[in-house]
Design a protein around this ligand. Sequence first.
Ligand code: WQD
Length: 338
Amino acid sequence: MNSILVTGGTGYIGSHTVVAFQQAGFDVIVLDDLSNSSEQVLDRIERITGTRPRFYLGSIANQALLNSVFASHPIDTVIHFAGFKAVGESVQHPLRYYQNNVAGSMVLFDAMQKAGSKKLVFSSSATVYGDPGVIAYTEDLPLRPVNPYGQSKRMVEDIARDLQASDSDWSVALLRYFNPVGAHPSGLIGEDPRGIPNNLMPYIAKVAVGELSELNVFGDDYTTPDGTGVRDYIHVQDLARGHLDACRYLNEHKGCTAFNLGTGRGYSVMEAVDAFRKASGQPIPVRISPRRAGDLPEYYAVPDFTRKELGWKAELNLDDMVRDHWNWQKNNPKGYDS
Ligand code: WQD
């Protein structure tokens, strides 16, 4: 049976996608350098699906390792998550981001080309849009990323697009995630950022479980209904299913196509806080703080193209997201090191 190679498969979205593919009957191989995740995730995946994915420890930049993986397994499709993803860190260390995310992806794509494995699902991000001047994002908007992380995602999209243009045997899906949150309903896998979380939902979860004392709300004077920032949060389970639909799409379509993966509905910071308070029964103290540099007031996905082309739409709402995020954090107060 042909296999699916998932790079970054022990990460947050990667691990949920591995579970979805195994439960859909695929044979999954994981390659990960564990720079931002734990090998325990493989044990948790096995507890959920009964199958421990084959695992290769290493970087996508390791050409010899990649060549041996492709020589040892018939890889049908590559789901490419591996990459650094902290916006602030990318501003401090741009070279590290370009080296890992862009140069690393080029080594991966070269190994795929040589092995004749030409179906790619790439983990991109709404950050590639930058500030397009509208709040409802369609895939045809100009891409003007404003930080090295977003730039690196746009560069890899461009490389994949040029590769497909040079060789029509390639089929590429570029999945632009909005704000992934939530966890697998088992509570066995979830988001486990190193150190203090940059993102809203894991920060709220750490306050709820008592690891952090209060949430700083970065500005309540935006032109939004309650003054706090509005984002399109999407359940990681919906996101994982989107990768399955993209993989099936590549079996019938050549070309290189970008898809927004979002719900099409935005929620404010305080709506997220209130939903988390309801789900967890915890007070979640907040402190109104200055705006965070680079933050936009509001944006969300227009999911129509993805629904028409992939036949995918998000099914889970904010209450589902915070319920499952809390269930994961409550059972794993210190993440995988609990
Ligand atoms: C959401 C809202 C903040 C933290 C980033 C990346 C994006 C993607 C998702 C990788 C904003 C507010 C946050 C806090 C707060 N990551 N906030 N207090 O900035 O929309 O997107 O993560 O692909 O690429 O850009 O997500 O969760 O950081 O912020 O008030 O402690 O919550 O101001 O309005 P963001 P976020």
